[in-house]
Design a protein around this ligand. Structure first.
Ligand SMILES: Cc1cc2nc3c(=O)[nH]c(=O)nc-3n(C[C@H](O)[C@H](O)[C@H](O)COP(=O)(O)O)c2cc1C
Length: 161
Protein backbone atom coordinates (compact mmCIF):
# COMPACT_ATOMS: atom_id res chain seq x y z
CA UNK A 1 0.00 0.00 0.00
CA UNK A 2 1.27 3.44 -0.85
CA UNK A 3 -0.55 6.48 0.47
CA UNK A 4 -0.35 10.25 0.17
CA UNK A 5 -1.71 12.78 2.63
CA UNK A 6 -2.27 16.12 0.92
CA UNK A 7 -3.10 18.97 3.25
CA UNK A 8 -2.98 22.66 4.06
CA UNK A 9 -2.70 24.21 7.47
CA UNK A 10 -2.70 27.86 8.61
CA UNK A 11 -1.50 27.40 12.18
CA UNK A 12 -0.44 23.77 12.35
CA UNK A 13 -3.57 21.93 13.47
CA UNK A 14 -4.30 20.14 10.19
CA UNK A 15 -0.61 19.31 9.94
CA UNK A 16 -0.76 17.79 13.41
CA UNK A 17 -3.72 15.63 12.33
CA UNK A 18 -1.87 14.61 9.14
CA UNK A 19 1.20 13.61 11.18
CA UNK A 20 -0.97 11.59 13.59
CA UNK A 21 -2.47 9.74 10.62
CA UNK A 22 0.93 9.02 9.13
CA UNK A 23 2.13 7.65 12.46
CA UNK A 24 -0.71 5.13 12.49
CA UNK A 25 0.71 3.37 9.46
CA UNK A 26 4.24 2.04 9.34
CA UNK A 27 4.21 1.48 5.59
CA UNK A 28 4.65 4.12 2.91
CA UNK A 29 2.70 7.26 3.71
CA UNK A 30 3.98 10.47 2.12
CA UNK A 31 2.94 13.93 3.30
CA UNK A 32 2.43 16.86 0.94
CA UNK A 33 1.77 20.36 2.23
CA UNK A 34 0.12 22.12 -0.71
CA UNK A 35 1.86 25.31 0.38
CA UNK A 36 4.97 23.69 -1.14
CA UNK A 37 3.09 22.39 -4.17
CA UNK A 38 1.20 19.20 -5.02
CA UNK A 39 2.77 15.80 -5.73
CA UNK A 40 3.94 15.57 -9.33
CA UNK A 41 1.60 12.63 -9.92
CA UNK A 42 -0.94 10.57 -7.99
CA UNK A 43 -0.31 7.47 -10.09
CA UNK A 44 1.77 5.55 -7.56
CA UNK A 45 -0.66 5.99 -4.65
CA UNK A 46 -3.57 3.66 -4.14
CA UNK A 47 -4.76 5.70 -1.16
CA UNK A 48 -5.05 9.48 -1.09
CA UNK A 49 -6.09 11.49 1.98
CA UNK A 50 -6.98 15.15 1.61
CA UNK A 51 -7.33 17.48 4.58
CA UNK A 52 -7.76 21.18 5.16
CA UNK A 53 -9.12 23.62 7.71
CA UNK A 54 -12.00 26.09 7.70
CA UNK A 55 -11.44 29.83 7.93
CA UNK A 56 -14.37 32.18 7.59
CA UNK A 57 -16.52 29.26 6.47
CA UNK A 58 -14.21 28.09 3.69
CA UNK A 59 -11.56 25.43 3.22
CA UNK A 60 -8.26 26.61 1.70
CA UNK A 61 -8.64 27.54 -1.99
CA UNK A 62 -5.62 25.40 -2.92
CA UNK A 63 -7.34 22.32 -1.51
CA UNK A 64 -10.50 23.08 -3.54
CA UNK A 65 -8.42 23.59 -6.67
CA UNK A 66 -6.42 20.42 -6.10
CA UNK A 67 -9.65 18.44 -5.65
CA UNK A 68 -11.31 19.81 -8.78
CA UNK A 69 -8.14 19.54 -10.91
CA UNK A 70 -7.68 15.89 -9.86
CA UNK A 71 -11.27 14.76 -9.40
CA UNK A 72 -11.19 12.19 -12.18
CA UNK A 73 -8.09 10.38 -10.88
CA UNK A 74 -9.22 10.72 -7.25
CA UNK A 75 -12.42 8.88 -8.17
CA UNK A 76 -10.25 5.90 -9.14
CA UNK A 77 -8.42 5.80 -5.78
CA UNK A 78 -9.25 4.86 -2.25
CA UNK A 79 -9.74 8.31 -0.73
CA UNK A 80 -10.27 9.88 2.67
CA UNK A 81 -11.35 13.47 3.29
CA UNK A 82 -11.00 15.39 6.53
CA UNK A 83 -11.50 18.84 7.91
CA UNK A 84 -10.25 20.77 10.94
CA UNK A 85 -12.72 23.31 12.28
CA UNK A 86 -13.99 24.85 15.50
CA UNK A 87 -17.71 25.04 14.70
CA UNK A 88 -19.65 22.04 15.90
CA UNK A 89 -22.70 19.96 15.04
CA UNK A 90 -24.69 20.70 11.89
CA UNK A 91 -22.58 23.70 11.01
CA UNK A 92 -19.44 21.53 10.95
CA UNK A 93 -21.19 19.02 8.68
CA UNK A 94 -22.37 21.83 6.39
CA UNK A 95 -18.82 23.19 6.16
CA UNK A 96 -17.54 19.71 5.28
CA UNK A 97 -20.18 19.31 2.57
CA UNK A 98 -19.27 22.69 1.12
CA UNK A 99 -15.53 21.94 1.27
CA UNK A 100 -15.62 18.77 -0.86
CA UNK A 101 -17.67 17.96 -3.98
CA UNK A 102 -20.56 15.53 -3.74
CA UNK A 103 -18.75 13.09 -6.06
CA UNK A 104 -15.68 12.98 -3.83
CA UNK A 105 -17.76 12.75 -0.66
CA UNK A 106 -19.76 9.82 -2.09
CA UNK A 107 -16.58 8.09 -3.19
CA UNK A 108 -14.63 8.59 0.07
CA UNK A 109 -14.21 5.52 2.27
CA UNK A 110 -13.35 7.72 5.27
CA UNK A 111 -14.69 11.17 6.11
CA UNK A 112 -13.44 13.02 9.17
CA UNK A 113 -14.51 16.01 11.18
CA UNK A 114 -11.52 16.32 13.47
CA UNK A 115 -12.34 19.45 15.48
CA UNK A 116 -9.55 21.99 15.76
CA UNK A 117 -7.51 24.42 17.77
CA UNK A 118 -7.37 28.13 18.40
CA UNK A 119 -3.70 28.94 18.73
CA UNK A 120 -3.57 32.65 19.59
CA UNK A 121 0.25 32.73 19.56
CA UNK A 122 0.30 31.76 15.87
CA UNK A 123 -2.47 34.14 14.75
CA UNK A 124 -1.86 37.58 13.35
CA UNK A 125 -3.51 40.58 14.96
CA UNK A 126 -6.52 40.57 12.60
CA UNK A 127 -7.18 36.88 13.26
CA UNK A 128 -6.84 37.37 17.03
CA UNK A 129 -9.31 40.25 16.87
CA UNK A 130 -11.73 38.20 14.80
CA UNK A 131 -11.76 35.14 17.04
CA UNK A 132 -11.69 37.43 20.10
CA UNK A 133 -15.09 38.80 18.97
CA UNK A 134 -16.56 35.34 19.39
CA UNK A 135 -15.26 35.19 22.95
CA UNK A 136 -11.96 33.35 22.43
CA UNK A 137 -9.50 34.77 24.96
CA UNK A 138 -6.92 31.98 25.15
CA UNK A 139 -5.53 29.14 23.10
CA UNK A 140 -7.59 25.98 23.21
CA UNK A 141 -7.48 22.53 21.58
CA UNK A 142 -10.56 20.56 20.60
CA UNK A 143 -8.68 18.28 18.25
CA UNK A 144 -10.55 14.97 18.39
CA UNK A 145 -7.93 12.24 18.62
CA UNK A 146 -10.54 9.49 18.64
CA UNK A 147 -11.99 10.77 15.37
CA UNK A 148 -8.50 10.82 13.83
CA UNK A 149 -7.75 7.28 15.01
CA UNK A 150 -11.11 6.00 13.76
CA UNK A 151 -10.49 7.60 10.37
CA UNK A 152 -6.98 6.12 10.25
CA UNK A 153 -8.23 2.62 11.09
CA UNK A 154 -10.73 2.76 8.22
CA UNK A 155 -8.52 4.32 5.55
CA UNK A 156 -5.49 2.16 6.38
CA UNK A 157 -7.53 -1.08 6.85
CA UNK A 158 -6.00 -1.46 10.33
CA UNK A 159 -8.91 -3.43 11.80
CA UNK A 160 -8.41 -6.14 9.18
CA UNK A 161 -4.65 -6.61 9.50
C1 LIG B 1 -9.48 33.70 11.48
C2 LIG B 1 -10.09 32.37 11.75
C3 LIG B 1 -11.34 32.05 11.20
C4 LIG B 1 -11.92 30.80 11.45
N1 LIG B 1 -13.15 30.51 10.90
C5 LIG B 1 -13.71 29.31 11.16
C6 LIG B 1 -14.99 28.99 10.59
O1 LIG B 1 -15.60 29.73 9.83
N2 LIG B 1 -15.53 27.77 10.93
C7 LIG B 1 -14.88 26.89 11.75
O2 LIG B 1 -15.43 25.82 12.00
N3 LIG B 1 -13.67 27.17 12.28
C8 LIG B 1 -13.08 28.35 12.00
N4 LIG B 1 -11.84 28.63 12.50
C9 LIG B 1 -11.16 27.62 13.31
C10 LIG B 1 -10.12 26.83 12.48
O3 LIG B 1 -10.75 26.00 11.55
C11 LIG B 1 -9.26 26.06 13.47
O4 LIG B 1 -8.46 26.99 14.17
C12 LIG B 1 -8.41 24.98 12.82
O5 LIG B 1 -7.88 24.16 13.83
C13 LIG B 1 -7.28 25.60 12.02
O6 LIG B 1 -6.47 24.59 11.51
P1 LIG B 1 -5.05 24.94 10.86
O7 LIG B 1 -4.19 25.48 11.96
O8 LIG B 1 -4.56 23.66 10.33
O9 LIG B 1 -5.34 25.93 9.77
C14 LIG B 1 -11.24 29.85 12.27
C15 LIG B 1 -9.98 30.19 12.80
C16 LIG B 1 -9.42 31.42 12.56
C17 LIG B 1 -8.07 31.73 13.14
Amino acid sequence: MSAAIIYMSHHGCTEKAALMLRKMHWKKVELFNLRNGPPSSLKKYDTVIIGGSVHMGLIQGKISKFCSDNEEILLQKRIGLFLCHMCEGEKAVRQFNEAFSEKLRDHAVAKGLFGGEFNLEKMNRAERTLVGRSGVKKSVSHLNKKAIEGFGRVIFHLDKS
